[in-house]
Design a protein around this ligand. Structure first.
Ligand SMILES: *Cc1c(COP(=O)(O)O)cnc(C)c1O
Length: 329
């Protein structure tokens, strides 16, 4: 059982998410055994990893008396789509700040869903995104509203608790089926998922490897210290005596391709392979890239034949519909 049930949480999805074998892909690759944890099936608004974080973030927003949530991302952000949907469920308004050019063509994928959930959308130069968020918050306050700002990807010491809880859920599933997992592999970007899994692993005694496949972050610079900072912040929130250093996080940065949101051969081939081996959908930005990285690591003989590798599916499938031309084979 998750021992932090005193923390405010709004239930947004049915848990646990299933663990399934990717038998077709395992066979295609000639081993090892590959499992998938289906966090693309969190039940709110087409699923994804942000729902687990939003259960804790939105509970905090409500507790603080907010009437509006503000968050930001790219125009196909899954985090923005799920924040818009979750806010609606709780009777909160939602304002989204997108970095980049306003899309003049028909909105599609996540952007279409944001509009459907009634979110107010703002566009900003990517470098000015945080400033725009602050401006939107100030302007709402002058109108008498009470905004609550959620950082990009929901990755702070509150959101990451969702993935600490996910690790407890996962360990219970393994215990009840007698399964063992040697490596957990997933897409990492703003870091909250990685932080939560790593802290959860310490608290539950998970012995396997936790390997984040980077979508857009490098091993040098501010990102590894940010992971440690958010992990320490999360540990403090949970009142557990755990300390983290940047080196506590294992990350692979070999699959950055041509940058964030750019579909290349790796993503295209992976999306098609997953669909045709197991009827599994992965997204163009995160999970297509991370599963592609995992497949490449298998080809390079990184894992022993008798090991079990688990791909933690973090969602992103609705973005497929915004990338039809790039993904089509
Ligand atoms: C946000 C996101 C991720 C990355 O999770 P972080 O906690 O931001 O590192 C991975 N996959 C999908 C589909 C996402 O939307």
């Amino acid at each position: 059982m998750f021992p932090f049930s005193h923390l405010p949480r709004t239930l947004l999805t049915h848990l646990p998410t299933p663990i399934e074998p990717l038998s077709g892909l395992s066979k295609h690759m000639g081993g090892p055994s590959i499992l998938v944890k289906r966090d693309d099936l969190t039940s709110l608004a087409m699923g994804g990893n942000k729902t687990r974080k939003l259960e804790f973030l939105l509970a905090d927003a409500v507790e603080q008396g907010a009437d509006t949530v503000i968050t930001s991302g790219g125009s196909q952000s899954n985090h923005c789509r799920l924040t818009a949907a979750a806010a609606t469920r709780l009777g909160l308004k939602c304002e989204l700040v997108f970095g980049g050019e306003q899309r003049v063509d028909m909105p599609n994928g996540n952007l279409f869903l944001d509009q459907l959930f009634g979110a107010t959308v703002h566009w900003s130069e990517p470098e000015l995104r945080n400033e725009t968020v602050k401006k939107v918050a100030i302007s709402l306050r002058t109108k008498g509203r009470t905004p609550y700002v959620i950082p990009i990807g929901g990755s702070n010491g509150i959101g990451a608790v969702g993935y600490v809880a996910a690790m407890f859920e996962f360990q219970e599933q393994l215990a009840s089926t007698g399964q063992e997992v040697d490596h957990i592999i997933f897409a990492t970007s703003s870091g909250g998922t990685h932080v939560g899994l790593q802290l959860g692993a310490r608290l539950t005694g998970f012995q396997g490897q936790i390997l984040g496949l980077s979508i857009d972050q490098t091993k040098t610079g501010e990102f590894p210290p940010k992971l440690a900072d958010v992990a320490n912040e999360t540990a403090e929130r949970l009142q557990v005596n755990e300390q983290f250093e940047p080196d506590d996080f294992t990350m692979n940065t070999d699959y950055l391709g041509s940058g964030y949101g750019v579909v290349g051969d790796l993503e295209r081939e992976t999306i098609t392979l997953a669909a045709r081996c197991d009827g599994l959908l992965v997204g163009p930005v995160y999970t297509g890239r991370a599963l592609g990285g995992l497949i490449d690591l298998i080809r390079r003989g990184t894992f022993h034949q008798d090991e079990t590798v688990l791909f933690w599916h973090t969602g992103g499938v609705p973005a497929l519909f915004a990338y039809v031309n790039e993904v089509s084979v």
